[in-house]
Design a protein around this ligand. Structure first.
Ligand code: B12
Ligand code: SF4
Length: 431
């Protein structure tokens, strides 16, 4: 039996040329690792190679985020016309089930670990059910081990997960709805075994907040130190106050942390339920992260109810002054079912219907204090200004005063930050 697992290509403005931003999603290697050995599985990333429609496949599986859903639907239609069974999984078919259902033979809603083998066995019998949904969230000891050759050669980072779930349920984010509000942890010895396999490249820990449970993170980092790898991950900025934890992260090889700063305004953050964030502390938390010799990859969103056109300049100045090494800028977009979505619908303010534009790079609704085209233009402006030569020079200047050592043959943090800034600089040209 032959199965093809597809990551649909990301289209539209920005970042398409940055492999790091379009890397192989961990879902596909995970599915391959769960599949019985007698089934042939090919993983295909459409960002890297075309889809082989002319080969024989017994089933095609597609991983679908909202913004790739129109492309996933087209891929599904083509295969189904040829009589190939199509299964969709991931955030879109789970949270927008009714929109996805007509375009797949079957859908895996939520986590796949406890239902994938049943699905394969039903496929063998020619008896696929329309929906597979586990009756409980998985115990992370059941996350399978992944061989490094399951990733594509083009990938600069191997992906690993150590926790799932998030208690915060911010209004613009799908994570709590999908993974639940409780942090679940993978046994540390499993994570270490997985990292041993991935040693030769950099590792990206995909957890939404690697420090969400400081006790677990502390132990994990201690056990990672002997591996001498380098890694990056995601954290919430307030953990910077835990200096011991930050130092352990750095000692275990952490080079940079992605963090949702989102907005410099407390009112904006409270309005989308990001209640724990404290903008008045941002500068101090950034400084403390840098003191541990960890770089910051900040994520900022625009189009909040309190955002006027000046917010872009204020945010750029903030990034330059605080030497934020990397940033992701997005237009806020409403998530179906969220309070913000309900409010915008009631006020008739959502104008975009093309789902590919719900990826943070386009305005999709009429903001309160600027026009939607102003939001689009200023978003492009901040990307280009942030990744301009003078800004890069200013933001990376701390490396001129901190000695950087090569760890185990990996690039230094300065080299890594320069390389990623250069890749973004090229990419923002096509905004
Ligand atoms: C790591 C990550 C990234 C990384 C790597 C992306 C990549 N290609 O892997 C980076 C930083 C590059 C990134 C970028 C973006 N991301 Co992102 N990312 C994540 C994150 C934190 C983890 C994903 C992950 O690896 N999880 C672990 C794997 C194992 O879990 P999984 O994918 O859910 O898969 C399981 C199930 O869903 C299911 N499953 C999934 N697919 C399939 C397919 C089949 C056939 C089956 C049977 C089952 C199945 O089985 C798996 C095992 O249980 C998630 C949040 C989260 N916690 O999931 C956001 C998330 C997926 N990202 C999101 C977004 C919006 C983006 C960006 C658009 C951000 C931006 N503004 O540019 C870009 C788009 C990138 C792209 N290529 O299109 C949103 C998607 C929202 C939505 N409703 O669709 C999420 C959910 C975060 C959020 N804030 O809501 N992202
Ligand atoms: S934005 Fe971050 S803190 Fe908020 S729900 Fe999503 S993962 Fe949790």
């Amino acid at each position: 039996m032959k199965i093809l697992l597809i990551n649909p290509k990301r289209v539209g403005r920005g970042q398409s040329s940055i492999r790091y931003m379009n890397s192989m999603p961990l879902a596909l290697p995970t599915l391959k690792a769960l599949t019985p050995d007698d089934v042939e599985v090919r993983i295909l990333d459409e960002n890297v190679e075309p889809i082989p429609y002319d080969e024989h496949w017994d089933m095609v599986g597609i991983t679908v985020m909202l913004h790739v859903s129109p492309l996933a639907i087209e891929i599904g239609k083509k295969f189904r016309q040829m009589g190939v069974k199509v299964v969709m999984g991931g955030f879109f078919p789970t949270l927008w089930y009714d929109d996805a259902r007509p375009y797949a033979d079957t859908i895996v809603a939520g986590e796949a670990e406890y239902v994938w083998n049943e699905l394969i066995s039903d496929l063998r019998k020619g008896n696929l059910k329309p929906l597979y949904k586990a009756d409980r969230l998985i115990d992370l000891k059941d996350v399978p081990f992944i061989r490094k050759d399951f990733f594509s050669k083009e990938d600069e980072f191997y992906h690993v997960e150590t926790t799932r779930g998030c208690p915060y349920n911010c209004d613009f984010c799908s994570v709590t709805a999908f993974y639940g509000a409780k942090f679940r942890h993978r046994p540390i010895d499993h994570v270490i075994r997985q990292l041993e396999e991935f040693k030769e490249k950099m590792v990206f820990i995909v957890d939404d907040n690697i420090m969400g449970n400081p006790k677990y993170a502390r132990q994990l980092f201690k056990e990672m130190i002997p591996l001498k790898i380098i890694w990056s991950g995601q954290y919430s900025l307030n953990h910077a106050e835990d200096t011991e934890l930050m130092e352990l992260a750095a000692e275990s090889g952490c080079q940079f942390l992605f963090t949702g700063i989102e907005s410099l305004s407390l009112e904006n953050l409270q309005a989308v339920d990001k209640r724990w964030a404290k903008p008045e502390k941002y500068k101090e938390w950034i400084r403390m992260t840098h003191s541990a010799n960890i770089s910051i990859y900040g994520s900022f969103m625009f189009g909040f109810e309190g955002d006027d056109p000046d917010i872009f300049k204020r945010t750029l100045d903030f990034c330059n002054e605080n030497e934020i090494e990397l940033a992701l800028f997005s237009a806020l977009f409403p998530i179906k079912g969220s309070n913000f979505y309900k409010q915008l619908m009631a006020e008739n303010r959502i104008f975009e219907t093309d789902a590919t534009r719900f990826n943070g790079q386009y305005s999709t609704f009429h903001p309160k204090l600027m026009t939607s085209s102003e939001l689009d233009e200023k978003l492009r402006w901040i990307w280009q200004e942030f990744y301009s030569k003078p800004s890069i020079k200013q933001r990376l200047r701390r490396f001129k005063t901190t000695a950087q050592e090569r760890r185990n043959g990996y690039p230094t943090q300065e080299e890594l930050m320069l390389a990623l800034n250069s890749a973004f600089k090229v990419a923002v040209g096509d905004f």
